[in-house]
Design a binder for this molecule. Structure first.
Ligand SMILES: *Cc1c(COP(=O)(O)O)cnc(C)c1O
Length: 415
């Protein structure tokens, strides 16, 4: 009973600050399965609206694919619902091993270890393989889960400017006395949709005897000619020492993640990574689903090809309408609005037009970098994209930002 009015007030004040700052996050309830067309309750308590989802990580449209659902049902029927144990006690089934081997084959790595999520993979991997004699050198825009993983590790931490190879090389020279060096990056950066320069990074890592770590959560399944990820796109397949990725995005979107790479690294994680040792791994039903997803993707590139076509169509459409976009060639297409309130107003207007896309602003992105991050899916048809383009264009006109430059939009709305 230590929750006195003094304690309550402290939290209430902090929550009020968040509300007054206009950055209080509210959730919207989806009443359907995840797909291009969803039914949403928003604001909470109002009647359901049918809208087009433009902001899911459902890149390949597999979240509700009938074959994946069927495989998951079979997994449930043959292997049960839960493991009630961590891996090294009695929480490992044959299908966990099968999935690890299949992921290694798909990513072109020596071995793979499953985690409850990619957040957990990133939380566990650095501490398992590095000590205070070592250094982690990370891109300044890596995902929050990597930042947390580095915090849990005793190795020294340094950063390099986003995708700046000259700066990375300087840092590699600066830390040449360390026992082990790991260069750390996202494959595709989630907020901007740009791709890391993995070809140059591999070269630098070879030159300075450093390992390369890539989190390919926004790539696995669809980036590269056969969807293997950014290492395929950048021509360095088989050359990444440590890949982490998620099954919670393109690969069916349920949950789960992994560390994949050199077999000694994977083995060290099996012995020492705390989220692996002290938390249940993926449930059998999800393992069965991801196995089916990898079967589908290994058999055909149809889905990633359609995703590429859709993404090009969408990007070109927005460009022609006159929006300011972030450069890139991935299914992540940020529509830049710069001002936080404008991004919220824009998102609300989109919803009224049947388009679901969320405004992102500080602290999710830097101050003055507010945006609507759109994400394209192979589950979208051209009619979805056309309807969304028409809505974006109407609302862009309403706020008078079409054909305007960054500078002009900031002059109108401020930062
Ligand atoms: C989404 C994401 C994660 C977290 O994945 P989960 O499996 O949902 O925990 C980690 N890293 C990056 C780069 C991501 O985009």
């Amino acid at each position: 009973m230590g929750f006195s009015s003094k304690v309550r007030n402290i939290y209430q004040e902090q929550l009020e600050e968040i509300i007054n700052g206009g950055i209080y996050k509210e959730e919207r309830f989806i009443h359907s399965s995840q797909a291009a067309d969803i039914e949403v309750e928003y604001p909470i308590g109002s009647k359901l609206e049918k809208v087009i989802n433009m902001c899911a990580n459902n890149y390949l449209g597999l979240s509700s694919h009938p074959d994946v659902i069927k495989a998951a049902h079979e997994g449930l029927d043959t292997r049960g619902y839960g493991m009630s144990s961590v891996r090294f006690i009695c929480g490992t089934q044959d299908i966990h091993d099968k999935l690890e081997k299949k992921v290694s084959e798909f990513l072109g790595t020596e071995d793979t270890i499953l985690f409850p999520s990619c957040m957990d993979a990133n939380a566990g991997v650095f501490e398992a393989i590095l000590t205070a004699e070592d250094v982690m050198i990370s891109d300044r825009l890596v995902h929050a889960s990597i930042v947390d993983g580095m915090r849990l590790c005793a190795a020294m931490h340094d950063t390099f400017k986003h995708s700046n190879m000259k700066h990375l090389e300087k840092k590699l020279q600066l830390h040449s006395d360390k026992r082990l060096k790991v260069v750390i990056t996202d494959g595709v950066f989630s907020m901007d949709g740009d791709t890391a320069k993995l070809d140059e990074m591999v070269e630098l890592c070879e030159k300075y005897d450093a390992m390369l770590f890539v989190d390919d959560s926004h790539s696995t399944g669809f980036i590269g000619k056969t969807g293997r990820g950014t290492h395929e796109k950048c021509g360095v397949f088989g050359k990444i020492d440590i890949i982490t990725t998620t099954f919670g995005k393109a690969l069916g979107g349920a949950s789960g993640g992994c560390v994949s790479g050199r077999k000694e690294i994977v083995d060290m994680c099996r012995q020492k990574a705390r989220p692996y040792l002290f938390s249940n791994t993926m449930a059998p039903v999800i393992v069965a689903g991801v196995l089916k997803v990898l079967d589908i993707l290994s058999g055909s590139t149809e889905r990633r090809d359609k995703l590429e076509t859709n993404s090009d169509y969408w990007r070109k459409g927005l460009q022609e309408a006159g929006f300011v976009l972030k450069e890139g060639d991935t299914p992540i297409v940020p529509v830049m609005l710069f001002n936080a309130k404008l991004s919220q107003d824009f998102s609300r207007d989109l919803f009224a037009e049947g388009i679901y896309a969320i405004g992102f602003f500080f602290p999710v992105v830097a101050k003055g970098q507010a945006r609507i991050r759109t994400q394209i899916s192979a589950g979208h048809e051209i009619h979805h994209l056309d309807k969304a383009l028409a809505a974006f264009t109407r609302i862009g006109k309403k706020y008078n930002i079409l054909g305007k430059s960054k500078k002009e939009i900031i002059e109108m709305y401020g930062l």
